[in-house]
Design a protein around this ligand. Sequence first.
Ligand code: ZN
Length: 498
Amino acid sequence: MNAKQQWLVCFDTDHIKQYLFATNRLKEIRGGSALLSSLDQQRKKEFESRYGEQNIVYSAGGGAAVLVSTEQEARDLIAETERDFHAATITVSITGAYVRADALSGTFGAEMTRASRELRRAKTAKAELSILPIEPYLRLCSSCGQHPAVQQADDGSGDWLCQACYKKRKLGGAKGFFAEFVEWADPTIWTGDTLPKDLDHIGLVSSPPGYVGFIALDGNHIGDLLSEMKTVEGYHEFSTGLWSLTKEQTFTALKKHGRPRNGIAPFEIILIGGDDVLLITAADTAIEVALAIAAGFEQHSPDQVLKPGGLEGEREKLTMAGGVVLAHADFPIPAMHALAEDLQKSAKRLCAEQGYQTGAIDFQVVSGSDTDLDTLREAIPHHRPYTLAQLRKLLKHVRQLKAADLPMSQLQAMYQALFEGEVNAQLASIATLGYLGRSTDKTRYDRLKAFFAEFGVKFDGQLPPWDDELGKRRGQRTSALTDLVELYPFVSAKGGTE
Ligand SMILES: [Zn+2]
């Protein structure tokens, strides 16, 4: 076989999330997201027509890898792409880097790893250059507060905006991922008119009213697999498969759980990129949607990603880690995003402990203005994060207890006692069980007891609500009761994935 010497050019957009969440306005976030995704599509088309489809390793999600024949071509392509991208977004940049590569070496993954290393180096060098001081007499953009304001918004708000935010807000009516979803799902059920105007709009059709869920999901350690890839074709198949799987599972979950309520689609797709998903939904569907996406991704990954990439021997399946924030619609979106990413990291640690054999989700209900996860959880004896199977069980118990009309006040009494020491917590749980047990109808008693038993309470040893097994492993008192009570208002008695 003849060696095929070529130049491998890689691109990656810098700080996508910083760009999207520079603002707290849903419309601007949507505009930014729509702009990035249309630039993605243009780039893909342009690269394909110029270099031929067989030379595009991948092109999506703000990144791309292309094979070109000369070093000059590689340099020109980078210069041109960086210039055009910056002109379109104003505040975001894309970075390119290239390496000499042998596409037929049989170790293409290693060549990609080399190129990624080059790319990281170029990105770091650029970041050091891009911190420009802002003159103190300049008026700052009233949306992002980061760049000089240059234009007044033409939406009657009177806001003075920087050029980037002006563009985002103008594009806020563009539908981006939503339009793609509508086309895919059913244009007779979801229409342009069902697109929510802002977060309050989603909160309006949510239960409890006024609350929304922010979901962040991400595939687990996929980079390692990519470096194992032998051929360009394999790499291409793997990344396209990964893309369409993530999108398909997100759309499937939203089709099922995101039907319009009072004419409003109760969700916003902020970003779907590679194995990365960011969504906002009505609070009562957030956990279900996150679970459905992560479970579907796991289930279909062998056929849709591993096999086409020639990696079925490497790993049995791919898994996802997710974070879900449940907060009032007026909680700042950038803060929701930051918290959701922290929760996702916490879920990832559990996935790693489980050898990546299962996905996991962590969640947090936010009621005050605290945004630091450690502060929010201080002294709370919880069970989180959950593997997908455990979370599904937790939801099942919430539903069963709700269906049996277990009053929130009785749960609340047990919940309060969790913070009053080990013995008080036990007394409260035993008192509630005792009270329910004296009733002629034993349904509530049975269901509460079944919940405790499912989450590690051994009635012959440790008394509820404390979890024997997990408590031992963590070296501290833990109880799933906290999680059950906190989720209770956000799960409807009906519905569910089963
Ligand atoms: Zn701005």
